[in-house]
Ligand binder design. Structure first.
Ligand code: 0RA
Length: 633
């Protein structure tokens, strides 16, 4: 029997430290922190697979929604006694913070970053955890409560094969929420299956009674293909450029250029996403620019009278880069940026010569890339000239050169002024008659509003509808944005409650999101909620926003009431008095303020949904509408 010694005290202190400040170890105790527990365990299993010892990792979300099992068919965590600590290696790994060092002659260390906290932190933050190991023809088990073992590791009987199985339930007294999000797990495992090529990831979701098997033998090349498809972009290259390098630093890279007006780089370090980039992304960008410039120089492809900037050369780039770094340093609030200084040069010098060679070997495709960059440069110059013109116009006329369509308000005090952007001339006409002329301006939009997600700045400035909006607002656009020039304190989108209306509202919101984000962040943007029904009962009038609202109102009426129901086919059908009472009058109307809850998520959502499927766009606006809070102004 081993006695209770200094090492045990250290273990208990470690567990207490994690339980006292979970945020220090897993970032927080909200849903993100909760899922960090799972990523930690999954990453350990994936590492075992990454090192060639396991071929499959399975994650089971149990019916209760708060318990997870992670299973791998690796070597099994060693169970032999640790020579110094006189405890099973399994117990040491699961109870000692930052467990590292040698077990059975093999180094054990996990991947690092926020995730480097080790399984012991997960254990400390779990009300229950069970570890099962199959090794040497035996199965072994140990149970824990809040990180403390209930008994030493014990054999349970003979077993075939090898592997590790961890089942844990996060401690509900420490987390705000202990229900796992199945979709989040599925999509994270999907990304992992791209990054750990050939490894089979299985997700058994017993909450929704579905199973997913994820395996990609093509690795990051498959990942890139999926991204290009998702963004509905067309590739400029016939096949992606890819590279796998092992010397010094391990790099897995796939990239291509597309017709999309943006650049998208997805980067990972040790299988963990680095959303804010860092030195590895810088190294990648360095290498691309240098390789392209050298190719341009060697073949004398430089366009005359046009300078290609680094941004021009990268426009349309889509890349996936996955790195293994021995001791990653992560930076920033959410540890989403890689900070190791030496990585920049290492990536650059690994990628550049290979890409340069590739360009020389694939000269036609290289020339297509240069052509793509020339286009980007032309668009950039044209849009700058267009922006200058807008500025000049407003400067020379003293007042803004306001669009002819705008029925402006008479007040010049932005604090009390509102701009209604109205769909169609007929609704615009009613709104003009109905409004309070002193404080309410009306801008009718007709015809097509460009999809800002797919258009370049130049085309946006050339679109009459959008440029009318920008001129009316007075605040400029993109880099020239000036909040203090904004002529209204509320910008209210007034659209019909049908799919066309939703479509136009979505396009406008996308435009604001991409080019005038401050307007949304500043809380200036609202959706008006015009009623769909009028319900007259005797002398009383009720307004219903939608069918559900109508049913609710009808159900609340006394049974002998004889309601008279009018359904408005569109805003244009409403007489001005009605339009004012229901939609314009600050004392009676209802507005939804448009907000951004999670900028990253929104960025994804906007890109995902502003593709070419109109039904998707429709969903976007409906979902956003749910997310924004009711606001009675
Ligand atoms: C240290 C040594 C050995 C395996 C592992 C750790 C190991 C850790 C985890 C975590 C999840 N699954 C895992 N599978 C294995 C191997 C020692 C040996 O057999 O030589």
């Amino acid at each position: 029997m081993s006695s209770y010694g200094a090492a045990d005290i250290q273990v208990l202190e470690g567990i207490d430290a994690v339980r006292k400040r979970p945020g220090m170890y897993i970032g927080g105790t909200g849903v993100d922190g909760l899922h960090h527990l799972l990523w930690e365990i999954v990453d350990n299993a994936a590492d075992e697979a990454m090192n060639g010892h396991a071929s499959s990792v399975s994650v089971t979300l149990h019916k209760s929604g708060d318990t997870i099992t992670v299973d791998d068919n690796g070597r099994g965590i060693p169970v032999g006694l640790h020579p110094k600590l006189k405890k099973s290696a399994l117990e040491v790994i699961l109870t000692t913070l930052h467990a590292g060092g040698k077990f059975d002659g093999t180094n054990y260390s996990s991947s690092g970053g926020l995730h480097g906290v080790g399984s012991s932190a997960v254990n400390a933050l779990s009300s229950k955890l069970e570890a099962r190991v199959r090794r040497e023809g035996q199965e072994w088990v140990q149970h824990y409560r809040r990180g403390r073992p209930k008994a030493p590791v014990a054999p349970v009987g003979p077993a075939r094969g090898t592997g590790t199985r961890i089942t844990f339930t996060p401690d509900a007294t420490l987390f705000e929420e202990t229900t796992f999000d199945a979709e989040r797990i599925r999509s994270r495992l999907e990304v992992k299956s791209f990054l750990h090529k050939g490894v089979r990831f299985i997700f058994r979701d017993q909450v929704n009674k579905v199973s997913h098997e994820l395996k990609h033998d093509g690795g990051v090349v498959d990942f890139l293909g999926a991204l290009v498809t998702k963004h509905e972009a067309r590739s400029v290259l016939e096949a992606p450029f890819s590279l796998e390098k092992q010397n010094g630093i391990q790099i897995d890279l796939a990239l291509t250029w597309t017709d999309a007006p943006r650049e998208r780089v997805r980067s990972f370090v040790n299988g963990i996403p680095t959303r804010d980039g860092g030195t590895h992304e810088q190294g990648l960008r360095d290498s691309l620019i240098k390789a392209l410039r050298s190719f341009i120089e060697t073949h004398a492809l430089a366009p005359r009278g046009l300078t290609l900037t680094a941004e021009d050369l990268r426009e349309g780039l889509i890349a996936v880069i996955s790195l293994r770094v021995a001791e990653p340093q992560f930076q920033g609030q959410t540890k989403d940026r890689l900070n190791n200084p030496d990585v920049r040069g290492a990536v650059d010098s690994s990628v550049r010569p290979v890409l340069e060679q590739w360009l020389h070997d694939h000269r036609t495709q290289g020339e297509a890339l240069v052509e793509r960059a020339v286009q980007a440069a032309r668009a950039r110059i044209a849009s700058r000239q267009a922006a200058k013109k807008v500025r000049r116009k407003s400067a020379t006329s003293g007042r803004l050169n306001l669009p002819g369509k705008l029925a402006d308000c008479s007040s010049r005090n932005p604090d009390e002024c509102e701009l209604f952007i109205v769909e169609g001339d007929s609704a615009g006409g009613s709104a003009k008659q109905a409004r309070d002329r002193r404080t309410q301006a009306i801008l009718p939009l007709r015809g097509k509003v460009l999809n800002a997600e797919q258009a370049t700045l130049k085309r946006i400035l050339g679109n009459e509808q959008l440029s009318n909006v920008v001129t009316a607002l007075g605040c400029g656009l993109g880099g020239d944005f000036r909040e203090d020039r904004l002529r209204y304190s509320r910008i209210i989108l007034l659209m019909d409650a049908d799919s066309d209306g939703s479509h136009i509202a979505t396009l406008l919101l996308t435009f604001f999101y991409r080019y005038l984000r401050r307007l949304i962040e500043g809380g200036y943007v609202y959706l008006a909620l015009p009623p769909l029904y009028r319900i007259n009962v005797g002398k009383q009038t009720h307004w219903a926003l939608d069918d559900a609202d109508k049913d609710r109102i009808l159900a609340s009426l006394p049974s002998r009431a004889k309601p008279e129901l009018t359904r408005f086919k569109g805003l244009g059908e409403m007489n001005p008095k009605t339009l004012f009472a229901t939609t314009l009058d600050p004392a009676q109307r209802r507005l939804l303020q448009v907000t951004l809850d999670d900028p990253l998520q929104t960025d994804q959502t906007v890109s995902n949904l502003m593709g070419k499927d109109p039904s998707q766009r429709y969903r976007f606006i409906m979902e956003r509408a749910d997310e924004v809070g009711d606001l009675d102004v």
